[in-house]
Write a protein that binds this ligand. Sequence first.
Ligand SMILES: C[S@@+](CC[C@H](N)C(=O)[O-])C[C@H]1O[C@@H](n2cnc3c(N)ncnc32)[C@H](O)[C@@H]1O
Length: 265
Amino acid sequence: MSKVRLFPGDCREIMRSSAIQDASYDAVITDMPYYNQYGPEIKLSGRKALGGEIDFDVFDNMNEWLEFTNDWIELCIRKLRKGGTFLSFTNLENASRVVDIIEARGLQLRGRLYWHKVNPAINPRKNNYLSAVEPALWAIKPGGKVYFDFTTQDAMHSWRSGFPWCNDDDLTDIIDIVIEGGITQGLERTKHPTQKPIYLMRDILLRHVPPGGKILEPFGGSGSTAVAAMSLGMDVDICEQEEQFLAIIKHRLSRPIQTEFVEPK
Ligand SMILES: C[S@@+](CC[C@H](N)C(=O)[O-])C[C@H]1O[C@@H](n2cnc3c(N)ncnc32)[C@H](O)[C@@H]1O
């Protein structure tokens, strides 16, 4: 039976408090504020508006976002056990900045995963490709046993495509892997604007967290990491600062886990 603790408030304050013990987590699995620059909202007749700012992702400028990102990553590293995994989603535009932060803080970058959304949002401006890929960076805290469930050679098939965001020479040894599927829909969908699907989070947890392991999720959102962790019998401490999202998390965690699974099309 997994143990879930939900901490309302700013994850940085929570991680600075004694509530979250140092060096006690097998993994930090999260989905940070990306600092996306979508441009003004576009209203479409008969559809949900597209683009525009998401409140929790608004920063005055790049420096403010970098300072914030440095701050919470440093705190997370303190909370990880030696050999523990740090894995966070980011966007393609800022992934290399996050890599710089991770490495400057002493984590070793191990791999990059790409979530390929097979049903991405349309681009009504028609000025660029659809935004269909979100990377996740996997790094480890040196000095201890690393957990990685290698499964089969086929499943761990590494993938290099020469995509423009992969042209960093320093990263040539890094494994890239694609997880494909739909964005969250149907019964599983909540009102959270950036909800990650459960199939994706379960896939990641199965590979990167030992059975019965303990996870820290500083940016809870709608609670997808926690729902996935519970379904796998893992313990998770989850922070979230917005009241409206805390209500969603509580609701999801109070329901039978099985009803959450909507397999990708
Ligand atoms: C990208 S979303 C996470 C979405 C989540 N992966 C899901 O599947 O629902 C980031 C979340 O972090 C929250 N957040 C942003 N800054 C925070 C902070 N300093 N402390 C705690 N939560 C924060 C936001 O309110 C938002 O819900």
